[in-house]
Design a protein around this ligand. Sequence first.
Ligand code: DC
Length: 221
Amino acid sequence: MPINIAIDGTAGSGKGTLAKQLAKKLGFGCLDTGAIYRSVAYYMVETGVDLSKGENIAKAVKKINFKVVFEADENGNKVQKNILDETDLGDKIRTEQISLASSIVSQVKEVREFATKIQHEIASSFDVVVEGRDIGTVVLPNANYKFFLTASPQVRARRRLKQLSLPEENYESILEEIVERDRRDTTRALSPLKAAEDAVYIDNSNQLPEETLREMLSYIK
Ligand code: DC
């Protein structure tokens, strides 16, 4: 049986970076599940689906020709590619417009079923770190290891400010966005963001990324 490691957490908790680092250290693949929701959103935006109606989204997801593949890079690490109609979407799914659209489409049951099926196929094929919002709770409740990462909203706002190289005057609005996104992620009806009861909960407000990585590795035998 392949080994599965689930990492869930809040936006800005560093879970994406830490999932990649952990996977590299262990020689595992790393699945960014948000990229699947983003790819679905990209398809819907490109084909002009009216996202104000859940039924349109549910219908459109049935027509999508999408797959996730893993390709070895020059160091032999498995790298995720999100393929729509035989084309790698690359960074096209990383825009603000797609972030917003993905938070809408990810609330639709049919989209969650579509994304979960892909995640199950990958998790049952090889050793993988799976990173998202509902991995330890819904997608892989029997994962070998589960982590839930977070940090205070203030620390996450500071990190984002630095990441985007924005001046201090943007701090308050970024903080507001983070609080609002937490509220949306934790209160949505389907698969809300929450720590699995058996997850290792790490608040990394006062940790450097390498300290969080070391703490996570200390749990893995
Ligand atoms: O992690 P991210 O920002 O790339 O995620 C994009 C969107 O997908 C975000 O609005 C939350 C949603 N998502 C989800 O509902 N479940 C997941 N397992 C991963 C992401």
